[in-house]
Ligand binder design. Structure first.
Ligand code: SAM
Length: 373
């Protein structure tokens, strides 16, 4: 059968996008569908999948596990926050950790995940590790969803240069019946449903071989009463944490305060600037007699004062100072979105932004502004 297949097929297999990207995209699509908050990738190797997943806004906890520290180290720096993450902290929290350890061992840091991915992992496991795999992943970790991918050996005759296994470290490669019977037994034992699919379409006319990568998606049938079950699973820590990054988030009061103060100052500046612009345009005739009419800041403020009182009734001017009511600032969408309540706005800017004596308005010195410009 294999020999015939090879003889029938004379083309060159080229996957577009490459097969590994199709596998990662499959996981990203699954994340888009189920929106898991906590995702662990076992056999994460150089952390490429984890790096792609950190951009999925539903994910708040990302963990990678691999037995090999050197492979994880290669690109682990990519998992840390960038300067832009500090400049504009995200609304979600995100913690990324990497652990050196084996999927054949239980560790408490692997509890509480919604999705566990094992991409091209199982074929690298020695027999005793493969024996322990179901108990660790499905019995102990017991996430809502497990995704397992592995090569489909039926596709191998179509791959150039593959005589036995696709990679020298593979301990086995299964056909679809072998993979599916193994997966169905696990699903039955641990009360999951499983669906089979794959990535890497076979060439036209060769559809019988199935996908190049076969995938099982396991969904836990019964939602776990997590806290009880988690605390039930006491076990000693055996994994070694080798990386941890906590991303700046607006859920952290410190970053929220910075963001609100910046936004309030920016809003106050914008309001002041638009008042100044309006004042200039309404006194445009002055520009023809510029030398005589160049307004001093006091004169300017006087004009501005009239203008504001007449036209807006919101902000007002006293001398060189523009007073912008906090209620006006709170009505700006970004400020409103950040603070949610007016009380929260007052609390967050207290002591950080100059306010008038009763704390109802932001004071903005136009003289200072003018000099800086
Ligand atoms: N999942 C990655 C991907 O799709 O790009 C890479 C998979 S790589 C082919 C297999 C990985 O499994 C290797 O990085 C290897 O170190 C890791 N591995 C092998 N045995 C393991 C074990 N017992 N526990 C955890 N990881 C293991």
């Amino acid at each position: 059968m294999d020999k015939n297949l090879k003889e029938q097929f004379t083309g060159v297999i080229e996957f577009t996008p490459p097969l590994y990207k199709q596998r990662y995209q499959f996981i990203k699509d699954l994340v888009g569908k189920y929106k898991p908050k906590k995702v662990a990738d076992i056999g994460c190797a150089d952390c490429t999948l984890l790096w792609m997943l950190k951009f999925c806004s539903c994910i708040e906890v990302l963990a990678g596990v691999d037995i090999c520290l050197s492979v994880m180290k290669k690109k682990m720096h990519m998992l840390g926050p960038l300067p832009v993450d500090y400049l504009r902290p995200s609304a979600r929290s995100l913690t990324v950790t990497l652990h050196q350890g084996s999927v054949a061992q239980k560790d408490p840091c692997m509890l509480g995940f919604d999705l566990v991915t094992c991409i091209e992992l199982i074929e690298h496991l020695e027999e005793p590790e493969l024996q322990k795999f179901p108990e660790v992943v499905f019995g102990f970790m017991a996430p809502s969803i497990v995704v397992i991918s592995t090569p489909n050996s039926e596709f191998n005759p179509l791959l150039p240069g593959v005589t036995s296994f696709r990679h020298p470290d593979h301990k086995f490669e299964w056909n679809r019946v072998q993979f599916q019977s193994w997966a169905l037994e696990i699903a039955r034992d641990y009360d999951y449903s499983v669906e089979f699919t794959g990535v890497g379409e076979p060439p036209t006319g060769m559809e019988d071989v199935g996908f190049c990568t076969q995938i099982g998606v396991f969904i836990r049938k019964n939602p776990q009463t997590s806290e009880f079950t988690q605390s039930d699973k006491t076990t000693e820590a055996v994994y070694k944490m080798v990386f941890k990054a906590v991303y700046p988030s607006l859920k952290d009061e410190k970053y929220l305060q910075n963001a609100v103060v910046s936004e309030v100052i920016f809003t106050a500046q914008s309001i002041t600037q638009s008042l100044l612009d309006r004042s200039v345009s309404e006194h445009g005739e002055c520009s023809e007699r510029k030398s005589k009419c160049q307004p001093s800041m006091n004169r300017f403020s006087e004009d501005l004062g009239k203008l504001v009182v007449e036209k807006s009734k919101e902000a007002f001017v006293n001398g060189n100072v523009v007073y912008i009511p906090l209620t006006t600032i709170f009505s700006f969408p970004r400020v409103n979105q950040l603070c949610a309540t007016f009380e929260k706005l007052c609390k967050l800017i207290s002591g950080k932004v100059t306010l008038n004596s009763d704390g109802s308005a932001v004071m903005f010195n136009t003289e200072h502004e003018n000099k800086e410009n």
